[in-house]
Every structure is written in structure tokens, then in C-alpha cells.
Ligand binder design. Structure first.
Ligand SMILES: Cc1cc2nc3c(=O)[nH]c(=O)nc-3n(C[C@H](O)[C@H](O)[C@H](O)COP(=O)(O)OP(=O)(O)OC[C@H]3O[C@@H](n4cnc5c(N)ncnc54)[C@H](O)[C@@H]3O)c2cc1C
Length: 315
């Protein structure tokens, strides 16, 4: 029998490892230093691929990318175990000791599920990590521009801030439209290089969209949690793509046969591209406002009929 968890983990495990190594390598970078990460391969220049690099000093990379890796890794592990349990059916749900008592093999899938689920809550729940990552991405921009919109500041100060921000964005914004390559790709497998170039382009697209949202909402953008969540998920997936290509290239350079590496990395990147495209679409076409209004109605007890017979008190 094919063990389902082997198939599923083959898809996720190399990447989770790679994300951890990449983040660890970023941890060694000194503030202000511009480097290529050469932990176990090289190739990816983090300052090229991450969200609005011009605004973010290296110190910020460490915190943000560690958070990206935490969210991505724990959620991927959870999906992996969840699918694994589903494939195993009722036997997956059963505890290992119960299966042992019945004389069956005792894979602890049910325990893996409980253990894996808590990782999206402990050490920073996924929701809080998303808020943290969004805050980290927005903070440098808000520091530059928010003063201009703050009506409590004297007009002179607001104008000065607006002029400084205008000067900065006059250089920053056009750069997000330029077809600048990710750099550091010489010698990279052409299939992987195409995925990295796509990630770099979409990283700039993400920076532009974030900027447009800032212009639209101003400091209130911080309260647009669902919108920010989409941006964070796009950034996390771009980071995961970059890490995957980096890891795949490293394996190729170490002599692992192409057919054992490229189909996996290519499939992952293609799936990730589809997800990213969907999330970009979701920024413009969504039901966020309707969902918000509905949630307010539920909280105001306007839809109590819906809860009757379902939601009660657990004493
Ligand atoms: C028995 C036990 C052992 C623990 N041991 C450890 C440990 O060893 N190490 C460790 O790090 N922690 C430990 N914790 C704490 C753990 O880190 C917290 O449970 C975790 O940080 C979530 O906080 P909370 O349980 O207070 O949830 P709450 O803060 O009450 O949040 C509940 C839910 O709401 C979401 N939420 C909260 N605020 C927002 C928001 N503004 N926007 C959107 N969603 C939001 C959260 O993500 C979560 O899903 C332990 C907890 C327990 C019960």
C-alpha cells in the first residue's frame, strides 16, 4: 500500500526545512548589509524578492521572514496531516492504542493531527502572525507618510512630512513598475529561474497594490484585516516560492538528479502561482463588506433564529 503521508509530506517537508534555513541565514546578516544568502546554496538575494525592500532594513527582514516561515510551515503541516487523516478514513481518526488493541498497525495520525493543530496557535497564532507581518510591512510607509494625514499635527509639520514622503515615493513608486530582474540567477536552472523571475515581478506588484491601498485607506488600512491578510498570504507564498527554487537549485548543485527535483519544485511553484493570482483577484473582487455587515448583525443578536438548537451553553 502507498503510505499517504509519504506522498503528502514529500510535497511540503523539503520546503519547510528550506524556509527555516533561509530564515536562519537571514539572521546572520548584519544590519545595513546587502548580501546573497549562501547557506546551503546561494542564488536568492533576499533584498530582491521581499516586499518593499527599499523600506525595510535587514533587522526587519529577520522578524518578518521568521514570521512568514512560521505561518507557512505550521499551516502547511496542518493541511498535510488533515489530508492524511482523510485519506486513511475512520482508521486515521482512531487513536494508535485503539488500533494496536485490535491488532492493526498503529500509525499515530490522530495524535499527529492534534500536535500539528496547536502549532497554528502557540508561539503566535496564525491570525496574530498575519497582523504582525502586515504591521511590519506597513510600518516603514506609515512612518514616512502618516504624519501628512494626521489632522492633530500643525499644518507646517504636515506639509513638511508630505513633501518628504512625496520625494521618497517619486523614486520608489516608478521602480515598482520597472522590469528589474531578481539578479543572482546566473547558473540557475532555467525552469527555476523563470519561477524566481515571476516571484520577483509579483513581489513588485504586491508592493504597488499595498501602496494603492495605503493611498486609499491612509492610517485606517491597519483596520482592514481581511485585505491585509490577503497581502500577507501573497507575500508568504512568494517567499515560499523563492525558498523552494533556492532549495531545488541547491539540490541540483549537489548532484541530485533533475528528475527527482524539478517536477516537485515546478509543480509547487505552479500551484502557488494559481493561489497568488486568486488572492490578487480577491483584493478587487470580494465580499468583505457584506461579510463584515453580516458579522455585525450576528454580534447584535439579529440572527438568533439561526443559532437556535445549535449554539447553547456547555456547562
Ligand atoms: C495549556 C497551555 C499551555 C501553553 N503553553 C505554551 C507554550 O509552551 N508556549 C507558548 O508560546 N504558548 C503557550 N501557551 C499560550 C499560547 O501561546 C496561547 O494559547 C496563544 O498565544 C493564543 O493565545 P490565547 O489562547 O490567549 O488566544 P486568544 O488571544 O484568546 O485568541 C483566540 C483566538 O482569536 C484569535 N485572535 C486574537 N486576537 C485577534 C485579532 N486581533 N484578530 C484576529 N484574530 C485574533 C487568535 O488567533 C485565536 O485564534 C499555552 C496555553 C495553554 C492553554
Amino acid at each position: 500500500m502507498v503510505r499517504p503521508e509519504r506522498l503528502l509530506m514529500a510535497r511540503q517537508r523539503p520546503l519547510v526545512e528550506r524556509l527555516c534555513r533561509l530564515v536562519a541565514a537571514l539572521g546572520d546578516v548584519q544590519p545595513g548589509e546587502v548580501v546573497e544568502v549562501r547557506s546551503d546554496c546561494g542564488i536568492i538575494r533576499p533584498e530582491r524578492l521581499l516586499i518593499d525592500r527599499q523600506c525595510a532594513p535587514v533587522e526587519r527582514f529577520r522578524r518578518r521572514e521568521a514570521a512568514l516561515a512560521k505561518v507557512w510551515g505550521t499551516e502547511a503541516a496542518w493541511r498535510c496531516v488533515d489530508e492524511c487523516l482523510q485519506i486513511r478514513g475512520g482508521r486515521g481518526y482512531e487513536t494508535a492504542s485503539s488500533r494496536r488493541q485490535r491488532g492493526e498497525s498503529a500509525e499515530p495520525v490522530e495524535r499527529m493531527m492534534r500536535d500539528s493543530r496547536i502549532n497554528t496557535i502557540f508561539e503566535g497564532s496564525s491570525e496574530i502572525m498575519r497582523l504582525f507581518i502586515a504591521r511590519e510591512a506597513l510600518d516603514p510607509h506609515l512612518k514616512k507618510a502618516a504624519g501628512a494625514l494626521n489632522s492633530r499635527l500643525p499644518m507646517g509639520e504636515r506639509l513638511k512630512t508630505a513633501a518628504r514622503a512625496g520625494l521618497f515615493y517619486a523614486g520608489w513608486y516608478p521602480r515598482q513598475w520597472l522590469p528589474i530582474g531578481p539578479g543572482g540567477l546566473t547558473g540557475m536552472d532555467s525552469k527555476l529561474a523563470r519561477h524566481v523571475a515571476w516571484a520577483a515581478r509579483n513581489s513588485r506588484r504586491l508592493a504597488r497594490r499595498l501602496f494603492h491601498s495605503m493611498a486609499r485607506y491612509g492610517p485606517k488600512l491597519e483596520r482592514e484585516q481581511i485585505l491585509l491578510g490577503r497581502y500577507v498570504d501573497i507575500g508568504t507564498d512568494l517567499f515560499a516560492m523563492a525558498a523552494t527554487c533556492s532549495r531545488a537549485q541547491s539540490l541540483l548543485e549537489q548532484g541530485t538528479p533533475r528528475e527527482q527535483v524539478l517536477p516537485l519544485a515546478d509543480f509547487f511553484c505552479r500551484e502557488t502561482r494559481l493561489r497568488i493570482r486568486g488572492r490578487f483577484r480577491g483584493v478587487r473582487q470580494n465580499n468583505d463588506r457584506r461579510g463584515y455587515r453580516l458579522a455585525r448583525q450576528v454580534l447584535a443578536d439579529d440572527l438568533l433564529w439561526l443559532e437556535s438548537g445549535i449554539v447553547g451553553h456547555w456547562d
